[in-house]
Design a protein around this ligand. Structure first.
Ligand code: SAM
Length: 265
């Protein structure tokens, strides 16, 4: 249980707290409450992110024929999980989940309840060592990386600062994928509430998790060389909203999250 580091706040457990989950400790709740104090909309932002995770994965399975998904920075299971969303569209879809936080593995059983026709797998690996991560995914054998894959890096890359080579990480991961694969990213931004996000970066970084939020152009740069689907990099709640969802009362500052999906030629 040592590896769970209950003495330090952790991003996965803080995110779980924003979403109303129970998989968090006092140290996570204290740090999360500091963030909420600076930016009360953080819970809305977390929900906007989950909705984008679902919409984008559904779109790839339903409209783009994607049957393999590599989800890095999975987080603590939150229903519906990505495999549940895509296997509803395509029961034979296969999903490999990856996270570097041992607590995700503790709860991985709910990530591994696949449809009988498909498959789900979980591997522990760190995105900042993408060569090793890809090796572990290949050895795990759940996905065939010679065929198209939907790679999702949702709410992950703001935990990979420039000094950990965030752009190099994405380039290596995308470079390993077959033509016809897709890259999905959601990423927190300071563009609409800079002071609040400076305070949030401080809370995370002081808690031992360096956080680097990025502007629209910095997020767009992750998609270099890929074909962005419409509407490009957009504030997440305005990225292909579902018609039934009606007019949104959420502001761009509430969401503070950019999102995009792009195809590898
Ligand atoms: C905010 S959660 C996002 C969960 C989910 N992707 C979503 O969008 O709802 C970020 C996750 O990324 C994981 N993470 C952070 N840095 C990572 C790294 N270097 N390698 C792998 N996972 C990482 C954290 O442990 C956490 O579970």
């Amino acid at each position: 249980m040592d590896r769970l580091r209950q003495d330090l706040p952790h991003s996965a457990r803080m995110y779980d707290y924003y979403l109303g989950g129970n998989t968090n400790y006092a140290v996570d709740r204290d740090a999360a409450e500091q963030v909420i104090l600076s930016f009360p909309a953080v819970r809305t932002a977390a929900r906007v992110n989950r909705a984008f995770v679902h919409r984008s994965a559904r779109l790839l399975a339903r409209d783009h024929g994607i049957r393999q998904f590599l989800d890095i920075g999975t987080g603590i299971p939150t229903a519906p999980n990505l495999h549940e969303v895509v296997q509803r569209e395509a029961p034979d879809a296969r999903v490999t989940y990856v996270d570097n936080d041992p607590i995700v593995l503790v709860y991985a059983d709910s990530l591994l309840r696949s449809s009988p026709e498909g498959a789900t797998c979980y591997v522990e690996a760190d995105a900042t060592d993408p060569v090793h991560l890809l090796d572990v995914v290949r050895r795990d054998g759940c996905l065939d990386l010679t065929r198209p894959v939907g790679l999702s890096l949702n709410a992950l890359l703001h935990f990979v600062p420039d000094d950990r080579d965030a752009y190099g990480v994405v380039k290596t991961l995308v470079g390993a994928l077959a033509s016809g694969s897709y890259l999905t990213i959601s990423h927190c931004t300071p563009d609409f509430a800079p002071e609040e996000w400076a305070a949030i970066e401080d809370v995370y970084t002081k808690g031992g998790t360096p956080l680097q939020v990025r502007s629209r152009s910095e997020v767009t740069e992750f998609f270099t060389g890929l074909e962005l689907l419409d509407p490009g990099v957009e504030v997440a709640h305005r990225w292909n909203p579902e018609p039934a969802s009606g007019p949104s009362l959420i502001t761009d500052a509430d969401a503070s999250l950019y999102a995009g999906v792009a195809r590898k030629r």
